[in-house]
Design a protein around this ligand. Sequence first.
Ligand SMILES: Cc1ncc(COP(=O)(O)O)c(C=O)c1O
Length: 384
Amino acid sequence: MARYNFDTSINRRETNSARWDVKENELPLNIADTDFMVMPEIEKAIKNRAAQSCYGYTYVPEKYYEAYIRWWRVRHNTKLEKEWFVFSKSVVASIDSIFKHVGKPKDKVVMFTPVYNVFFNCITNNQLVLQECDFIFENDDIKIDWDKLEKSIKDAKFFLLCNPHNPVGRKFSVDELNKIINLCKENNVYIISDEIHADLDYNKERYLSILSPSIVRYEKTILLISPSKVFNVAGLHSSVAVIPEIKLKEEIQNGFYSDDIGEPNYFAIDPIVTAFNEGDEYVNQLNAYLNENMAFLKEFLLKNLPNIKIIGSNYTYLVWLDISCYESDSNLFVKHLKERTGLVLAPGIIYGKSGDGFVRLNIATPRKNLEDACIRLMKYITEK
Ligand SMILES: Cc1ncc(COP(=O)(O)O)c(C=O)c1O
């Protein structure tokens, strides 16, 4: 059995990395990609493809969708059909295009907040109206405000779900998902479920997709998935929308084509087929490593910084930290932390007003980086 190595640091500085183009002393654990060496089989697939030395237009072959179908059957006990798939260059591009072509200006979008900040851009870019439905943070628990959801969904066009949730690392139970779908159904609201973090279930609790067999079927459901987080291939720009209702699928597919996001780049297919067909062991080992990183972080905080609380964070490699006992202004906390120690975290406020008093930390990095981050954080707090 292959043993994958997650401890080796790759020098990502001066490679146009969105995360690592920072000063020499800075340790950026903010943006959501991993620092791990890609699965060697993926690298090989890219090299084989590159060896053809002729990089013309391409289409999406059946084997691409078949690879997703196998993965979702085996890993998520969810049966997807080939006819439901539409290729898209990225999940954000899909959301943007769906808003543009299925929605119209002034349509309302409901989301649980705090949430992945780029969703806000998709809403404003398309002149839609945001309705935030804040999670209720109660002790270590993250609760849904059902009253607020029931009220705000009434005149909405879309409910945009992030499951597992970025940044709070929360999954949703069968009852919660069914209740959300029933509310959408009653009010004729499209549900877009962004499940890009689906495979990062390192605590081994069951994660449920919106298309899992135990979830109510609803014709206005759109599932968005991608290999980009778990296999660290965001730069290959390869993802799909999965839409069981054929008319809606065609409408969305036409939108993707007209936005020029529906055709793959030359490297967007083969490496992903390889990832999904051969990546089970890699993902098992990745999740085991993330689990150990999480255990290390928990123990460190408990021992050295017990006032910083980890909230939720059972899924995704993004950890939501409550720093409110030190600073309620998360921008200020992050700014001073960076100035004084070089550690770069994401301020909670960028994920919505209710995110202030929190920061987001990416733990998908070799342990020694995480240890370094913890020491920098402790130094900052103790010298504050
Ligand atoms: C919930 C969520 N959706 C989408 C994205 C971005 O996906 P893509 O690069 O496919 O647009 C991210 C990236 O962090 C994310 O966390």
